[in-house]
Design a protein around this ligand. Structure first.
Ligand code: CA
Length: 232
């Protein structure tokens, strides 16, 4: 089993800390979206799928303690690791009560942050949507296995993330920008053709020799994964 690349949301207004965390996580092979205020944090965490949210409590606009209960009210079950200032014991307690899963006191070593993140991810998942199925294409996101018509497909990490995103949105058209931001992260450049290149890689593995191609090009818009040729 390959080590799984994570998708993380970082909500942190301080440039230095934000850059430090982003750089470390990206070097470790993970995808990070970094936003710098509570409103954007809520919007991202509520609308996109992340493995974990790293949330600073002191933020402009909506702060972390306001954001936390609203996220949980929306039904977002993503593990949340809260960052707090030294000695802000009250904030820590309030953060945990408001729905955080763990906290880390600033300043911290990157290795400590990574260890806490891994510990949170080892907890049993709250939702059991590990098995995805579109036609005869099946993905087990927990075991990191993909099969088409019973045959195991050998996908790279990035191909796996791309296919997972397509499968979770099966039947819906996704734009290159949506795909790029989701799979390559917030710093994705729209003018790059990386999405098309990877769709090409995936097609060769997923649709090769198959009677029904699942990966469909929607001209001028993007891509759609569907077992129905007339899907809309
Ligand atoms: Ca802050």
């Amino acid at each position: 089993m390959k080590a799984r690349a994570m998708r993380l949301l970082l909500v942190e207004d301080e440039e230095g800390i934000g850059k430090f965390i982003c750089q470390g996580l990206r070097e470790a092979g993970h995808t990070v979206d970094w936003v710098q205020d509570g409103d954007k944090g809520l919007d991202h965490a509520a609308n996109l799928d992340y493995d974990i949210v790293v949330l600073d409590l002191m933020l402009p606009q909506m702060d972390g303690l306001q954001l936390l209960p609203r996220l949980r009210d929306y039904g977002v079950k993503t593990p949340i690791l809260v960052l707090t200032a030294r000695d802000a014991v009250e904030d820590r307690v309030r953060g945990l009560n408001a729905g955080a899963d763990d906290y880390l006191v600033k300043p911290f070593d990157f290795s400590e942050l990574l260890a806490r993140i891994h510990a949170l991810l080892r907890r049993p998942p709250l939702q059991t949507t590990n098995l995805l199925k579109v036609g005869d294409l099946e993905m087990d996101t927990l075991r990191h296995v993909v099969r088409r018509d019973g045959r195991v497909l050998d996908l790279s990490q990035r191909e796996f993330m791309l296919l997972e995103y397509l499968m979770r949105n099966a039947g819906h058209v996704l734009t290159r920008t949506q795909i790029g931001e989701r799979v390559w992260g917030f710093d994705f450049y729209n003018e790059s053709n990386v999405v098309d290149v990877y769709i090409g890689y995936l097609r060769r593995k997923v649709d090769k020799n198959a009677s029904i191609p699942l990966i469909q090009t929607v001209r001028g818009v993007g891509y759609r994964l569907s077992a129905d040729e007339n899907a809309d």
